[in-house]
Design a protein around this ligand. Structure first.
Ligand SMILES: *Cc1c(COP(=O)(O)O)cnc(C)c1O
Length: 230
């Protein structure tokens, strides 16, 4: 199976899931997760029409981003340390994983220096024990209110990463909870916040995520094949 074939398959599955849920397939976009993938194979995905790439590590991504002509959008999806915020704001077009005010403030400052407005998502921890990253409960509202007034960043939505389940159906309650949280936030009408994005769903469960309202799915393995184990 070539990367181009994988991309076509994933897109077909995305579209089918959207239609199943009565959603407009154009409202669901693919972020191809290229961590550990070399520039040549990333190039094959771009040839196949991929225009958004996701990376987890600033240093690893920097080499690729600088090697590649910037005709694609780079999304930072991993855990971001505050001391990497400056580089991240310079290199990336989106950050999916903001989970503290400190990080938001660093990104805000860095984006202003870059003369850009960086679209960001708030990473939400929906009570799962396994993952430590992500804001929880009322913290999400507090964080959103503070972030919405920061210059240099634009809060566009929410992101979550449930624990891994063999059965993708087990992810559904997490995806549904994120969508409901987004709806609750919209009802509260936080000034400056335009939450239209839900970043959720990976290779194993992106169809379920789309059924529950995902607008950005982050798919690595189903496009590039298995990653080398560390
Ligand atoms: C690696 C990663 C993905 C992609 O995972 P696959 O299972 O390979 O599709 C998505 N989101 C995040 C945050 C990741 O770290």
């Amino acid at each position: 199976m070539t990367i181009a074939e994988n991309v076509a398959r994933v897109r077909a599955r995305m579209e089918a899931a959207a239609i199943r849920a009565g959603r407009d397939p154009a409202k669901v976009r693919l972020v191809a997760v290229s961590k550990t993938v070399d520039p040549e194979r990333i190039g094959q995905a771009i040839e196949a029409g991929v225009d958004m790439l996701g990376e987890n590590y600033v240093q690893e991504a920097q080499k690729k981003i600088e090697a590649m002509e910037r005709k694609v959008n780079w999304h930072f999806i991993g855990h971001l340390q505050s001391n990497k915020a400056k580089a991240a704001a310079r290199l990336f077009d989106w950050v999916h994983s903001v989970d503290s005010l400190k990080l938001a403030e660093e990104l805000s400052r860095a984006a202003i220096l870059q003369n850009k407005v960086l679209p960001v998502l708030i990473q939400v921890n929906l009570g799962q024990e396994q993952t430590k990253s992500g804001a929880k409960g009322e913290e999400v509202f507090r964080l959103l209110e503070r972030m919405a007034s920061l210059p240099g960043i634009s809060v566009r939505g929410l992101m979550t990463m449930p624990p891994f389940f063999e059965n993708p159906e087990d992810s559904r309650p997490y995806f549904r909870a994120l969508r409901m949280l987004g709806e609750e936030i919209s009802r509260r009408q936080v000034p400056g916040a335009h939450l239209e994005e839900l970043s959720m769903g990976m290779s194993n469960d992106f169809e379920i995520a789309i059924e529950e309202g995902a607008t950005l799915v982050r798919v690595g393995t189903a496009i590039f094949g298995p990653r080398p184990s560390k």
